[in-house]
Design a protein around this ligand. Structure first.
Ligand code: ASP
Length: 348
């Protein structure tokens, strides 16, 4: 429990993205700007009834350039400052925000403080920016406590426009709408209107404040997506499955987890599984879950040794696989944990 009277302290971590970008006067392209630009443009930050300090990436990036090393830097900053601050706000580009939110949720084991990721569609210096509101709301959520002084949010979440979503359930759904994110298989954690209305039922209750945060840094990138489409060729599938060093495949299938019924396809998948490579089935649909036993085409994949990703998002599926492999688990352990709910990413 926190001292209810103490003034919350929030650490803002600026990684880059549109929110802190500025137009280059020569090329007219948006490029990352210095963090001080942000404070200059949001004088309201000084009106908040809690303290905000900041940490800035040495070279702020467009989030399309995001790597697991950048995730490691965010995790390190949070781990090093965990006791000193009540919550963390990560300013991030929208393009890979859902990947970062998913990755951080796995890398930060036993998190019991808020890590709120936000950004914007328009740079904060622009008149119609959504950045100012997103930033202020994210800070308020990071500082929010219940009547007993406990943190209301104890997980990694994405705040964008009118909603707070669980990070590892989120997907970027629009390249231009201010409500750019959505969680298709899980309700919102909070709705933002005149006030911030938390959905208490949906919030993660897993992190035990009595136990220390455990940060993990290793993410194994020997994983790939294979996105199916009618007419996909055997040579393409076999070529991807023969990627040197590969340890895991996230197979994006049709509907409730179905794939082509051609014998070459089932054989190629079976041979891959027999080599000890993990093949995980997730659906290409925005909403719903893999039901491997519903159709014979899904059943063929299950019989070939493919495991079900249930209702995982593709961002959560790939980062969870990277995380479990990074922990040094063998294929059987990874398979077990992929189907187990670690941080609220999968419906059990
Ligand atoms: N390309 C930008 C990025 O992801 C887009 C954004 O911030 O919205 O960094």
């Amino acid at each position: 429990m926190q001292n209810i009277l103490s003034r919350p302290k929030i650490l803002m971590i600026y990684t880059g993205g549109t929110i802190g970008m500025k137009e280059n006067p020569v090329t007219k392209a948006l490029e990352p700007f210095d963090f001080n630009h942000l404070l200059d443009n949001v004088p309201k930050l000084k009106m908040l009834d809690f303290d905000v300090e900041h940490y800035q990436f040495e070279n702020p990036i467009d989030s399309s350039a995001m790597t697991p090393e950048h995730w490691g830097e965010m995790v390190k900053v949070i781990e090093d400052n965990y006791k000193k601050y009540d919550g963390f706000v990560v300013l991030h580009g929208t393009d890979t925000m859902a990947y970062t939110a998913s990755a951080l949720s796995f890398m930060l084991e036993n998190l019991s403080k808020p890590v709120i990721i936000t950004g914007s569609q328009l740079p904060i210096g622009e008149v119609r920016t959504d950045g100012e509101e997103n930033l202020i709301t994210a800070l308020q959520i990071a500082a929010a406590r219940d009547g007993e002084g406990n943190h209301i949010v104890r997980e990694v979440a994405i705040l964008f426009e009118n909603y707070l979503w669980r990070g590892n359930r989120s997907t970027k759904r629009s390249a231009d709408n201010f409500n750019a994110f959505k969680s298709n298989n899980y309700p919102e954690l909070a709705k933002i209107g005149l006030g911030i209305s938390f959905n208490k039922e949906a919030l993660w209750k897993g992190g035990d404040p009595e136990k220390p945060l455990k940060a993990h840094y290793e993410m194994d990138c020997n994983v790939i997506f294979i996105d199916l489409f009618p007419g996909i060729k055997e040579q393409s599938v076999r070529h991807m499955l023969a990627t040197p060093g590969i340890k895991g495949v996230v197979l994006k299938t049709f509907g409730a987890g179905n794939g082509p019924n051609s014998q070459w396809f089932i054989d190629a998948i079976k041979e891959t599984v027999e080599k000890g490579i993990i093949v995980l089935n997730i659906t290409q649909c925005n909403n719903g879950s893999v039901l491997p036993f519903r159709y014979v085409t899904g059943l063929d994949l299950a019989n070939a040794g493919v495991i079900s990703g249930h209702d995982l998002t593709s961002e959560a599926a790939i980062t969870k696989m990277m995380y479990l492999l990074g922990r040094g688990m063998n294929a059987d352990e990874v398979k077990d944990y992929m189907e187990y709910n670690l941080r609220g990413e999968i419906s059990s």
